[in-house]
Design a protein around this ligand. Structure first.
Ligand code: ATP
Ligand code: MG
Length: 227
């Protein structure tokens, strides 16, 4: 699904070395954690996959293609095929859960008549079909994050990137969000989760990549937090 080949990322201007000769492959259908101290390069890893940053050296491949070669139109298509969830989910305040999810379908080319079934399926996956009429203020932080996940998966992206998706949540809600991400994975989506949440990584075990100062120092197929 994705492949990093000797990837180095040095941000321009500041010349910060964010990733240092990183090589790794993640297969279709995998669930992978990305752990490491603050500044280790987790978000940079995701930025490269979304082409928000370009590798200084090396190659980033998605579905077998070197995405550095993509120009504008292809880049937009690439981003449409990757669902994203971040710590701050930024739902639209004036739209209910259903409409927040449906909003993401506008740019996908999915015909309007298919929207209701798609949105309903996504809300069901995150366990919030019964709250479809609720506005963000009427939802807990964890529920809002689950709506954000529904929004990220409603167009059925083959890859979901979650960057500290439980960062703002209490432990109970964090576990709920993790279970939802696992459900998304069980339905076939490749999932990559960057996180500091040691308890979650230890409870819900999956392959774990550990970054230290931009280098991949551990790739543990059975998971576990080793910092
Ligand atoms: N846009 C940017 N321009 C310049 N330097 C950056 C940029 N984004 C990140 N960096 C630097 O690159 C390094 C890696 O940052 P990155 O955001 O990937 O770390 P992280 O592992 O996601 O950290 P955290 O756990 O705090 O989110 C850090 O030294 C950071 O200061
Ligand atoms: Mg980060």
């Amino acid at each position: 699904m994705i492949q990093f080949k000797n990837v180095t990322l040095e941000y321009p201007v500041t010349r910060t070395l964010a990733l240092d000769d990183l090589s790794v492959e993640v297969g279709k259908g995998e669930f992978v954690y990305l752990v490491g101290h603050s500044g280790a390069g987790k978000s940079s890893f995701m930025n490269l996959l979304l082409k928000r940053a370009l590798p200084t050296r090396g190659e980033v491949r998605v579905a077998g293609e070197n995405i550095s070669r993509y120009r504008g139109g292809r880049t937009a298509l690439l981003r449409r095929r990757i669902g994203t969830v971040f710590q701050d989910n930024l739902l639209l305040d004036h739209l209910n859960a259903y409409d927040n999810v449906a909003f993401a379908l506008r740019v996908t080319g999915v015909p309007g008549r298919e929207w209701p079934a798609r949105v309903q399926a996504a809300l069901r996956t995150v366990g919030l079909d019964h709250k479809r009429h609720a506005l963000p203020v009427q939802l807990s932080q964890g529920e809002q994050q689950r709506v954000a996940i529904a929004r990220a998966i409603v167009a059925n992206p083959p890859l979901l990137l979650a960057d500290e998706p439980t960062g703002n949540l209490d432990p109970e809600q964090g576990r709920e969000v993790l279970k939802v991400l696992q459900n998304v994975n069980l339905r076939g989506t490749t999932v990559i989760v960057a996180t500091h949440a040691r308890d979650l990584v230890e409870t819900f075990r999956h392959r774990t990549l550990t970054l230290r100062k931009g280098r991949l120092v551990r790739d543990d197929p059975h998971g576990g937090y080793a910092l």
